[in-house]
Design a binder for this molecule. Structure first.
Ligand code: TXA
Ligand code: MG
Length: 354
């Protein structure tokens, strides 16, 4: 029940020791219809038995998530998909071969055993086989497909550490498994494989270029491409329409020539009298700002480092009480496309071209 408190058990699996033994209780909780947050290589997930339509609503309750926003089912072996989908398109075999286990989610036509509560009423189901070792062992031990959205309160930045999960969900879930900081830091790429041409519904670590190389043909959902999302196009992944990943402070993204961006942001900072200002900067630029808080999100030489730190930095701004957040922007190619997708959402599409 919303607001009611339960004790959230904390299990520390940061040391790679007796993992199987120590996951037994977590698996029992899933079998009994409870909620366990667990690490994956992308972000932490909030898991429940995805075939139990009394367990699944607890996820929505704990996160405060709109019930029309479908969940991803997590599996540990390829064969598990057979009972969950109507048919397996050829392209799915190729993609699974190339990218599973890993940060790719595929959308299929669902079979009858997948409850509508898991799919938000849709006839399709999203499936992913994570590569994180704890995640795999946990799913295997649970013995059922594990429905898991990111383990944050709805609308907040996705959790990349167990402490983020506890901050949002302590007292609302049965257990959190701490596997340390995640590897990638942004959520999986979602590809719809139900149509003739596969469509990217959410950009992620597996880029359009990587998909093209594997399967020769892929499109990007129009709603993902368009900035004024929701106005022109209805995204095919229902979750993409919500404001998301948002820090508490007001945030704006500055685009244009790097030098000019720094100049304009510094001018804006001067105007913010009495407000706590913050800048999302990079290793290359962090010493050039005069804000109250300046955090580097990583190096411009490494999109991976930026993806890895992004959500953590947004949460840091909150911890430090940032009221006005000024963000640099990044090239939108390859992994940068996913990074900018998340940044745009965090800022509620508040973009300033300089
Ligand atoms: O990396 C990830 O994918 C993480 C980890 C925990 O695996 N999970 C995650 O889940 O990001 P969530 O619930 O935060 O985001 C799932 C997205 C939502 O935008 C949802 O609308 C979309 O996937 N989705 C789920 N099922 C779908 C379906 N059948 N058709 C289209 N979109 C779907
Ligand atoms: Mg999420």
């Amino acid at each position: 029940m919303r607001g009611s408190k339960m004790k959230t058990e904390y299990v520390d699996l940061r040391e790679d020791k007796d993992i199987r033994e120590r996951l037994k209780k977590a698996a029992e909780i899933i079998k009994d219809g409870g909620l366990v947050a667990f690490p994956t290589e992308t972000v932490y997930g909030l898991g429940a038995n995805g075939l139990n339509d009394e367990a699944v609503p607890k996820i929505y309750e704990a996160k405060g998530r709109p019930s029309d926003n479908p969940l991803i089912l997590h599996i540990s072996e390829f064969d598990e998909i057979k009972s969950l989908v109507k048919e397996i398109p050829n392209i799915a075999y190729v993609l699974a071969d190339e990218f599973w286990p890993g940060p790719l989610t595929m959308v299929f036509n669902k079979s009858d055993i997948v409850p509508y509560r898991t799919t938000g009423g849709l006839e399709s189901v999203a499936l992913r086989m994570p590569s994180n070792k704890i995640a795999r062992e946990f799913i295997k031990a649970a013995g059922v497909p594990v429905a898991a959205p990111s383990a944050n309160s709805s609308g907040r930045p996705s959790p990349t550490k167990a402490s983020h999960v506890l901050k949002d969900l302590e007292g609302r879930i049965d257990m959190v498994i701490d596997g340390g900081e995640v590897d990638i830091g942004i959520e999986s790429t979602i590809v719809d494989v139900t149509g003739e041409v596969p469509i990217i519904l959410r950009p992620g670590f597996i880029t359009e270029e990587m998909l093209l190389e594997a399967i020769g043909r892929v499109e990007v959902d129009e709603a993902v491409k368009s900035l004024v999302q929701g106005l022109d196009f209805k995204p095919k992944a229902p979750g993409m329409k919500y404001r998301h990943y948002a820090p508490y402070g007001k945030m704006a993204i500055y685009k244009g020539d790097n030098k000019k961006v720094i100049e304009v942001i510094n001018e804006e900072i001067k105007k913010q009298i009495g407000k706590k200002t913050a800048v999302l900067a990079t290793d290359e630029t962090k010493d050039l700002y005069e804000a109250d808080i300046v955090v580097s999100v990583g190096s411009r030489q490494s999109a991976k480092s930026i993806a890895h730190n992004l959500f953590n930095v947004l949460r840091k701004f909150d911890e430090m009480g940032a009221e006005m957040i000024f963000s640099e922007s990044f090239d939108e190619n390859k992994l940068g496309f996913a990074i900018m997708n998340r940044l745009h959402k965090s800022a509620g599409y508040n973009i300033i071209n300089v």
